[in-house]
Ligand binder design. Structure first.
Ligand code: PBG
Length: 329
């Protein structure tokens, strides 16, 4: 009989706690919120149980509650009326844009909150694509000035971190330059570095009504089969001045998170996307999975893979369990 027994280190809760390697704290989470142009409004999103399109008052309340739970960081996604969408996403940087006004108001009310934006044309585009569409093609270089204007407008509103999610080539560099030229050298960029063309974005596109009107996003988002281009994108984003790198989605791409963590010295984020959240919620509603256990295991695995921060719709649920001590067992 072998005298080596790994089970000794798992024998009691106390010993297990002592040798535990991975921890996830609420301050490492970034909570995505869908915001809409209403004073008071909450429109539940069917395919994202527990999440809703929120008006200004509801957004303030959600942020206040989250801060109390130890969540400091938020990423905001705008729900834009169909009538305001056009080919060039002009509403994204227009003076009467509610999203920009909301950013300003949140920063006034909660200066300690870290606010991140989304930069891509899709929520504002009548084509539902992240870039400018011409003859069925997504144009790269003509999209960049639009992303620059959007980023500068968000910086003017007081955003802390710009989040380019569009996957156009060269966008981190051109956004960085535009920000610096306008005096916003302190505004950071968290680049969606390795963003895959994924089926798991479905519920998010329902939430914003932002699905592409024609075609798919495969000429700009990455092929789920590939690893090498994640390294290429990471190198480019670093060289162009990104402050943080993101892998998206998280669960099917834990290997990519792990590799980029080894490759780069920048903080690595992972986006636990809408479909990953919806899967657990749906299974739990059917009684097929233990929601708390499945959620904490999922988030922990993303952290274990190497993510320093996680964008997740579970942020509040997790932070509540953390406060109760559930996640420490
Ligand atoms: C838009 C954007 C998407 C997500 C974040 N920003 C959707 C897409 O690329 O189609 C998805 C997030 C999620 O599924 O939770 N550029």
């Amino acid at each position: 009989m072998n005298h080596i027994r790994p089970r000794r280190n798992r024998r009691s809760a106390g010993i297990r706690k002592m040798v535990r390697e991975t921890f996830l704290q609420p301050q490492q989470l970034i909570y995505p919120l869908f915001v809409a142009d209403h004073d008071s409004y909450a429109n539940p999103i069917k395919s994202l149980p527990g999440q809703a399109q929120l008006g200004f008052q509801e957004t303030f309340r959600e942020i206040e509650e989250s801060l109390k739970l130890g969540i400091n960081s938020f990423v905001l996604f705008p729900v834009v009326e169909e009538s305001l969408k056009d080919k060039i996403a002009s509403y994204s940087y227009s003076d009467d844009n509610f999203y920009l006004r909301l950013i300003q108001e949140i920063k006034q009310k909660f200066p300690q909150a870290v606010l991140m934006s989304d930069v891509a044309m899709d929520p504002y585009s009548s084509d539902g694509h992240d870039g400018l569409v011409k003859d069925g093609k997504i144009l790269n270089d003509p999209t960049l000035p639009i992303l620059e204007k959007m980023s500068v407008a968000q910086a003017q509103a007081g955003i802390d971190i710009i989040g380019p999610s569009d996957m156009m080539d060269g966008r981190v560099g051109s956004i960085r330059e535009a920000l610096d030229t306008q005096g916003f050298e302190e505004v950071a960029i968290m680049s969606y570095t390795a963003k895959y063309a994924s089926a798991y974005y479905g519920p998010f596109r329902d939430a914003l009504d932002s699905a592409p009107k024609d075609g798919d996003k495969k000429t700009y988002q990455m092929d789920p089969a590939n690893i090498n281009e994640a390294y290429r994108e990471a190198q480019l984003d670093e060289d162009e001045g990104a402050d943080m790198l993101m892998v998206k989605p998280a669960l099917c791409y834990l290997d990519i998170i792990n590799r980029l963590k080894e490759f780069s010295h920048l903080p690595i984020s992972a986006y636990n996307v809408s479909g990953e959240y919806a899967m657990i919620k749906a299974a739990a509603q059917n009684g097929w999975l233990d929601e708390k256990a499945a959620m904490t295991e999922m988030l922990l695995s993303i952290r274990r893979a190497g993510a320093d921060t996680i964008l997740t719709y579970f942020a509040k649920d997790y932070a509540k369990l953390y406060q109760e001590g559930y996640t420490q067992h």
